[in-house]
Design a protein around this ligand. Structure first.
Ligand SMILES: [Zn+2]
Length: 445
């Protein structure tokens, strides 16, 4: 069935959906200005139905090559935050949302961001010339943070709204834990996350931005590890703390003692970078409970290695089930993401900075990161573009590599976006507009 959804504006789409609404769960505040959403009773039922939803159903091949993606329209029901029913389309059903042929994809995940530390929502400020490397930046932060913390809950909420507008409803956020902020940055962020919890989920990394020992952060990390966080973080153990083993041992032990994962920022590109990767692999292999729960963020050293060494390290990372959270740098530094994929290393991405004293180029879109990856590595065919979507969704894809439908299934969390695109490949290539976001069955917009 051919649809003419391309001319639907977001406003028309929401308006027409609203008119057909029954039992819709809508976030208070999201659409309160709309005359269609002023009946409070419709929010409480926890049920949602959608018709004319486009889902991917398979690939079309020519001479063994995927040349297009097949789709069809479906009727979907959601209850208590989960997808409960997916059936053939019921165009005449009285559904809460008429998707009008829009494509449903898994909601996006930003897996590396600093929600606690941003200028977003505040006045514009460009990055200043960096002096004194990472230690110069630590000194700068020590001066800036007390002021930044004053309204960090408000700014985190604004940043969450930006991410949501780009289709993201889940993030892994690093949160500063150091003697300047102590636990205040964490507490302020937790408040923002609590205020936004119906439309946004997060996992947190206790991040010793100022070094574990370079500044006396260890006691605060120990305290944070007992709070509601998921990962123990870190940053450049050699460049900041001058001792790879001491820092990694501390981090691993703290993670083990508190049953947390690990996610360490590693920007070091020299010998110390490689040594850190190898030492972390060794420690995770010694403590297999950390397998699948340990990540290196950035890990720029991988871009500097010879091809054969990249293969060797990728194989070892895969074996230890250590993931790489990469921000898709371009220019002089090209990460070996194809090699990581080849060896089945988990690859995630995030915006990292939206606008702060480190970087001001974050758009908030991880779909744009998938697009950038596709451009950098030449993933331009229908098949390669469709696979690239996994960078935006935390590795969930509607079709497997053989074209068999694997998402959504009844029982899946109701976390999805509706986009103005025919298929994943088009969404990645065109960075298609996100028209609607649903998180745990709650309509964010
Ligand atoms: Zn970061």
């Amino acid at each position: 069935m051919k649809t003419s959804y391309n001319n639907i504006s977001r406003k028309d789409f929401i308006k027409s959906s609203a008119l057909a609404m029954t039992g819709l769960t809508l976030l208070p505040g999201a659409m309160t200005a709309s005359p269609f959403f002023d009946d409070q009773n419709i929010w409480a039922k926890g049920k949602l139905s959608l018709k004319n939803v486009r889902l991917e159903t398979g690939f079309t091949y020519e001479d063994g090559e995927v040349i297009s993606t097949k789709t069809d329209l479906f009727y979907i029901e959601v209850e208590n935050g989960k997808i409960t029913k997916i059936t053939t389309n019921q165009p005449n059903a009285k559904a809460a949302i008429d998707a009008k042929g829009l494509l449903m994809l898994p909601a996006f995940k930003d897996m590396h961001i600093h929600l606690d530390k941003t200028f977003y929502g505040d006045k514009w400020q460009a990055v200043r010339k960096r002096t004194g490397g990472i230690k110069g930046m630590i000194e700068l932060e020590q001066k800036m943070l007390p002021d930044m913390l004053k309204n960090s809950t408000f700014k985190a909420e604004k940043m969450i709204e930006l991410l949501q507008s780009k289709g993201t409803s889940y993030a892994r956020s690093h949160v500063n834990i150091e003697p300047t902020s102590k636990l205040q940055s964490l507490k302020n962020l937790q408040k923002a996350l609590d205020n936004k919890k119906k439309g946004f989920g997060a996992e947190l990394v206790a991040f010793p931005q100022h070094g574990v020992f370079y500044t006396d952060s260890a006691p605060y990390l120990k305290e944070a590890a007992k709070m509601d966080i998921d990962f123990i973080g870190g940053v450049d153990p050699f460049n900041v703390d001058g001792n790879i083993e001491k820092v990694v041992d501390f981090t691993v032990q703290l993670a083990l003692d508190n049953k947390k994962g690990i996610d360490i920022h590693l920007h070091e590109t020299g010998d110390s970078g490689l040594k850190t990767v190898e030492y972390l692999i060794k420690k995770v292999n010694e403590n297999p409970v950390l397998k699948g729960k340990t990540y290196l963020s950035h890990c720029f050293i991988l871009a500097k290695l010879e091809a054969a060494k990249q293969e060797e390290i990728a194989e070892k990372l895969a074996e230890a089930q250590i993931g790489i959270v990469s921000t898709i740098p371009f220019g002089r530094l090209v990460m070996p993401i194809p090699t990581l994929y080849k060896h089945h290393v988990t690859v995630l991405t995030g915006n990292d900075s939206i606008v702060d004293h480190w970087n001001t180029f974050g758009t908030g879109s991880v779909l744009e990161k998938a697009n950038l990856m596709a451009q950098v590595y030449g993933y331009s065919t229908e098949f390669a573009l469709s696979r690239s979507l996994k960078l935006a969704t935390g590795n969930v894809l509607p079709l497997d590599d053989k074209g068999t439908q694997q998402w959504p299934k009844a029982g899946d969390q109701a976390n999805f976006v509706l986009l103005n695109a025919n298929c994943s490949a088009e969404a990645v290539s065109r960075i298609s507009n996100v028209e609607s976001l649903v998180h745990q069955g709650n309509v964010v917009f």
